[in-house]
Design a binder for this molecule. Structure first.
Ligand code: RFL
Ligand code: PHB
Length: 391
């Protein structure tokens, strides 16, 4: 097979890139390890930055999002015994956020690719890259017991944190920066009306988050130990713990019901530099991971793809390589900003094992400052709603 851009990974980053390239007349093939059903049933992100929303609209993916997504003006923060305060992104930045699930975005992307006959190969095994430092790289993989090969001009590594693309960059070139946290998030989805605001909660029992997918679908998370087992958390225990971590006026308004999904995600900060090697370009979770506090992961995947699509279009159609040559530097500036915000919010809102009373006082003082200071709120609002893409 031959294509202009071989894309490894059919998650949001890979699918969006193939969609944006196709709109510019550039041909790509997406190679995905899992079945489509598996990709579509993963429940992950839910909150979109203003720039992500604008970009999805600009590339023709806004219709269902605008119909079914929940536009909101910011997010609330609550902590033990105090009333919640609101980080008003609309007031401070003029921009709104959108609650619209990654699962729905992925469905929309598959529908858009199918509508124009986009090539997506699923259940590909043993995916391997060759010749990425030459002008004619190739992607090799197994499919239905046969070995297949795609020759291409560029390879996009959009295969998530556990993918092979990043591992194809020699250790002598790749630098990685990592921080792990001694806890995870236990999350549930329930067919119950959500709490009206997205609320991040800090409590001595640990972090809690109330979020939403639609007027009838709620998403909640609580901080948990890394050793936590799902079977130890029947719904009743989850609801009791969630409510115990929010102030009473919020807890009393949370509508409980049976969960339809329950999962645990460990928290990690991780960055790869550079985000390219020869004609291989990494985008999304393949290059970086943020802890979910701050909701930046999917948004970073989208901004990477914005920069990468622009660079590839300019190089392939017009022979101009300025943007593709600066892809890694430009993308990394935004990545590090989101890394810092996610790390800071994680540190501010969670309890760490071994925290001293001094640590807790520092946290309370920061929350107190944030609750009182318009300037501090404006700074958080600017980052939460998403910094602009660079020209
Ligand atoms: P994905 O979604 O992991 O997709 C990568 C795809 O590559 C495939 N793959 C391979 N394909 C071929 N060959 C191989 N060797 C392969 N290895 C892997 C995989 O099967 C998969 O289909 O990465 P992508 O596209 O970069 O998208 C990133 C986002 O998924 C991720 O950043 C977000 O989900 C993070 N995240 C959130 N981000 C937000 O912006 N807002 C949020 O509210 C938010 N909440 C979250 C989150 C992530 C969470 N978890 C479970 C990690 C909440 C949670 C709980
Ligand atoms: C979600 O709705 O899944 C969500 C919301 C906010 C976050 C992370 C996840 O910070």
């Amino acid at each position: 097979m031959r294509t202009q851009v071989a894309i490894i990974g059919g998650g949001p980053a890979g699918l969006l890139l193939s969609h944006m390239l196709a709109r510019e007349g550039i041909d790509s093939i997406v190679v995905e390890r899992q079945t489509r059903a598996h990709v579509l049933q993963r429940i992950r992100a839910g909150i979109l930055e203003a720039g992500t929303v604008e970009l999805l609209r600009a590339v023709g993916l806004g219709r269902r999002m605008d119909r079914e997504g929940h536009s909101h003006d910011g997010t609330a923060i609550a902590w033990a015994g105090r009333d919640r305060f609101f980080i008003d992104t609309r007031k401070h930045t003029g921009k709104a956020m959108m609650a619209y699930g990654q699962t729905a975005i992925t469905e929309d992307l598959y529908a858009a690719r199918d509508a124009v006959g986009g090539a997506i190969i699923d259940e590909a095994t043993s995916v391997r890259l060759e010749g990425v430092t030459s002008n004619s790289p190739s992607v090799n993989f197994g499919k239905n017991g046969r070995t297949e090969r795609i020759d291409c001009d560029y390879v996009a590594g959009c295969d998530g944190f556990h993918g092979i693309s990043r591992q194809s960059i020699p250790a002598t070139i790749l630098r990685t920066f990592e921080k792990t946290y001694p806890f995870g998030w236990l999350g549930i989805m329930s067919e119950t009306p959500p709490f009206p605001d997205i609320v991040y909660g800090h409590h001595e029992r640990g972090f809690a988050l109330a979020s939403m997918r639609s007027p009838t679908l709620s998403r909640y998370y609580i901080q948990c130990d890394l050793a936590t087992k799902l079977e130890d958390w029947p719904d009743e225990r989850f609801w009791a713990e969630l409510k115990a971590r929010f102030p009473k006026n919020i807890a009393d308004q949370i509508v409980t019901g049976p969960s339809i999904e329950k999962s645990i995600a460990p928290l990690r900060s991780f960055v790869t530099e550079p985000m390219c090697y020869g004609r291989l370009f990494l985008a999304g979770d393949a290059a970086h991971i943020v802890p979910p506090t701050g909701a930046k992961g999917l948004n970073l995947a989208v901004s990477d793809v914005f920069y990468l699509a622009r660079g590839m279009v300019d190089a392939i159609k017009h022979g101009r390589t300025g943007y593709i040559d600066s892809y890694s530097d430009m993308a990394l500036r935004r990545v590090w900003g989101a890394e810092r915000l996610s790390w800071w919010l994680t540190t501010l809102l969670h309890r760490f094992p071994g925290d001293t009373p001094f640590d807790e006082r520092m946290r309370e003082n920061q929350l107190d400052y944030l609750a009182r200071s318009e300037v501090a709120q404006a700074s958080l609002a600017e980052q939460y709603v998403g910094l602009p893409f660079e020209d």
